[in-house]
Design a protein around this ligand. Structure first.
Ligand SMILES: Nc1ncnc2c1ncn2[C@@H]1O[C@H](COP(=O)(O)OP(=O)(O)OP(=O)(O)O)[C@@H](O)[C@H]1O
Ligand SMILES: [Mg+2]
Length: 279
């Protein structure tokens, strides 16, 4: 695993810089003290797609509790319901049956605009295809989610720079996505997911389009966010090695959770410079 030799680029002059770490991105650290608080709960969640006369049950009554500051992987073969589950966790879709609680609020009782607002504030998304806007620079891509939260331009520029420096792309801020490597594009996407300082990062196959080394590097960044910034991370992957970086792995098969286990590489990869664990 390629480890960065120096943290120079991670040490930036951001206003929110945390005194004990070199990561300047979050205001949510203190929340990790609230042990065992669930930030996301899925209770008996069903998703049944209607295809003409045929019902396709993509999720069959899944239950998942995700604690604040936890790093959970949802793993399973193609078609097992991972993306459907992720869409539920991210409040991008509503279940056919069952309840989803985000920060103890039942999302079924929210209006579409309340849902969009809560998503924008609490959740950052990372996708397999990066989903960057090709006509915008790295800086502009990272600034974009802040526009929807009405942040002044100066603040947007400042924070986007801090976040890009955090993912070691301080010297690439004016590059467009096509002028960046796959790993660099995914790091821009990680920076963008942090724009509004969300409590939860959802990543659907974040390493799916990357070679092994670059994928490992991206996983190290996710570990760092979990470890140093106490971000809750929920990641979907079909790759067992990638899943092993998570604290807990939930295995989906045919729309059901069939196993829950500990990630083997989590402690070594994600807690290596942590003084003590939160839970
Ligand atoms: N919009 C839809 N309409 C109908 N069926 C759907 C829809 N989306 C997904 N499905 C079906 O639901 C099941 C689960 O799909 P999902 O995309 O969640 O799988 P996945 O585990 O993410 O797979 P992959 O690893 O290939 O991305 C599949 O059988 C799929 O065909
Ligand atoms: Mg999928």
């Amino acid at each position: 695993m390629a480890k960065k030799k120096s943290n120079d680029k991670m040490s930036v002059k951001g206003r929110n810089k945390h005194p004990k770490t070199d990561l300047p991105v979050s205001k949510h650290k203190s929340k990790s003290k609230e042990k065992h608080k669930h930030i996301i709960e899925l209770r008996d969640v069903w998703k049944i797609y209607q295809m003409g006369d045929v019902e396709v049950p993509a999720l069959k009554g899944i239950n998942i509790n995700i604690h604040e500051g936890e790093f959970v992987a949802i793993m399973g073969p193609s078609g097992s319901g991972k993306s459907t589950a992720m869409n539920m966790v991210g409040c991008l879709d509503i279940p056919t049956k069952g309840d989803i609680y985000l920060d103890s609020k039942n999302i079924a009782q929210m209006t579409e605009s309340e849902l969009a607002q809560i998503r924008g504030q609490k959740i950052g998304f990372i996708f397999q295809q990066f989903n960057l806007i090709t006509t915008l620079t790295a800086l502009e891509n990272v600034m974009l989610p802040m526009v929807f939260q009405d942040k002044p331009r100066e603040e947007r520029v400042e924070r986007a720079k801090v976040l890009l420096e955090m993912v070691n792309l301080g010297d690439r801020i004016n590059h467009k996505p096509t002028e960046l490597s796959g790993g660099q594009q995914q790091r821009v996407a990680i920076a963008r997911s942090l724009a509004n300082d969300p409590e939860v990062i959802l990543a659907d196959e974040p390493t799916g389009n990357l070679d092994t080394n670059t994928g490992t590097n991206v996983m190290e960044f996710l570990c760092k966010l979990n470890n140093k910034e106490s971000k809750t991370i929920v990641m979907v992957t079909h790759d067992e090695e990638v899943a092993e970086f998570a604290e807990r792995i939930e295995i989906l098969r045919d729309g059901e959770i069939v196993q829950s286990k500990k990630g083997k590489n989590h402690d070594a990869a994600c807690n290596k410079d942590k003084g003590g664990r939160r839970r």
